[in-house]
Design a protein around this ligand. Structure first.
Ligand SMILES: C[S@@+](CC[C@H](N)C(=O)[O-])C[C@H]1O[C@@H](n2cnc3c(N)ncnc32)[C@H](O)[C@@H]1O
Length: 375
């Protein structure tokens, strides 16, 4: 991916159709953001706890709005915890959506209802996924991985789930915290997603990776198509970061080079993961009050002391033949504020039934237990 540097500035009004996803969200930051997920989250005061990063909510505003009201929508989340995020998917996307939760904590089974199943099992176990897709649902419109966050867990989840994502669906991994994920996670992820024939786009946000599948009615989110947005175009990787750092607030930087061929292939993806690894490596991530992140306290905030990359760019969108980088329109504050009043405790060893322990450890004949309430 190397060629001579040419930086041109033009207005995106010259680049085609305005019927694509997210064309009205050129202004992006975190403090003044609005959108279906951001707005819903702000309203959650009581009930089931939910804990999402504010920039992840903006990412869902930009990319998941297409699911709102979709008939027969089926989604899933690994990492149920206190149940508030399962509620969020339905409240925002549609009460009739079916949402499947997966966790290792037996207390999460309390969230089973006619539109919500709970599966107990380890996301790193391929047999757990085989059982889930044979007994719970064969396919999904989206899956969000907010589970254990170890590289092996995220990879096994990617391998098992991506083939089951429907055309036009999305696969998301949240909470990727640290540059140390580059080799054990991002390199094999680049190899995997770069060799799938059905990847439409790979979106990078701080701490988050979001992959879209081809075949949807709506094109993948591309902020360079926003009406009136200022676009700086570069043709080399070397000129990308300097152009990003000098770009006007609220603008977009596009990297395009016709001689490179496909961007979504293993080495192309890995080059971009490496280029933007700073989005995953903050200077620090303090929790307030100190220590609350590891407790079930209802009042807890994770903050971020931004890395230079987190301060300079909001997101990077890898499309088949171009990369689009969104420059924030206001200084970025990346934080995760707990909302809701009911927080599920992690059970002690004595509180976990033996059957659950064996299933989670992979020593039971079955790799998962599914809790399903029929309508
Ligand atoms: C960060 S919390 C989920 C937060 C929730 N999604 C939200 O937005 O409020 C992580 C959850 O992942 C679960 N978990 C951890 N390791 C897991 C594994 N190997 N397989 C499945 N779930 C796991 C934990 O029990 C915990 O409930």
């Amino acid at each position: 991916m190397r060629a001579s540097a040419v930086a041109v500035v033009c207005l995106a009004t010259c680049v085609g159709a305005a019927t694509l996803r997210g064309n009205n969200t050129a202004q992006v930051g975190t403090k003044n953001s609005t959108g279906i997920f951001t707005n819903y989250y702000a309203t959650v005061k009581d009930g089931r706890g939910v804990w999402k990063w504010n920039n992840a909510l903006v990412a869902y505003d930009q990319t998941f709005a297409r699911f709102k009201g979709q008939k027969d929508l089926v989604g899933a989340e690994v990492g149920v915890q206190s149940g508030g995020s399962l509620t969020m998917w339905r409240k925002v996307l549609g009460e009739n959506a079916v949402i499947h939760g997966l966790d290792i904590n037996p207390r999460c089974t309390a969230f089973t209802d006619p539109n919500t199943t709970i599966t107990l099992g380890d996301q790193e176990n391929p047999q757990m996924w085989a059982s889930f897709f044979s007994k719970v649902t064969p396919t999904l419109d989206f899956l969000v991985d907010d589970g254990g966050h170890f590289a092996g867990q995220m990879l096994q989840t990617s391998y098992a789930v991506w083939p089951r994502i429907k055309q036009g669906g999305s696969f998301v991994i949240e909470d990727i915290h640290g540059g140390h994920y580059l080799e054990p996670f991002f390199r094999p992820a680049a190899q995997f997603f770069g060799t799938q024939a059905d990847v439409a786009a790979v979106h990078l946000y701080s701490y988050m990776l979001l992959v879209d599948k081809v075949g949807g009615k709506v094109e993948p989110y591309d902020p360079s198509l926003a009406k009136g947005v200022v676009v700086s175009t570069v043709t080399t990787l070397e000129s990308l970061m300097p152009t990003i750092k000098a770009a006007p607030k609220g603008s977009v930087v596009v990297l395009e080079n016709q001689s490179w061929g496909k961007f979504i292939q293993p080495s192309g993806l890995f080059n971009f993961f490496e280029e933007f690894i700073g989005l995953y490596q903050p200077v620090s991530m303090p929790d307030t009050p100190p220590g609350c992140a590891d407790s079930p306290a209802a009042v807890c905030v994770y903050g971020t002391v931004n890395s230079p990359e987190q301060a300079a760019l909001y997101s990077a969108h890898i499309l088949p033949t171009k990369l689009v980088v969104q420059i924030p329109s206001e200084p970025i504050t990346i934080e995760a504020v707990r909302h809701g009043s009911e927080w599920v405790k992690t059970p002690t060893e004595q509180e976990i039934p033996d059957q659950v322990k064996q299933v989670v450890a992979g020593t039971a004949p079955e790799a998962a237990i599914h809790y399903i309430k029929n309508k």
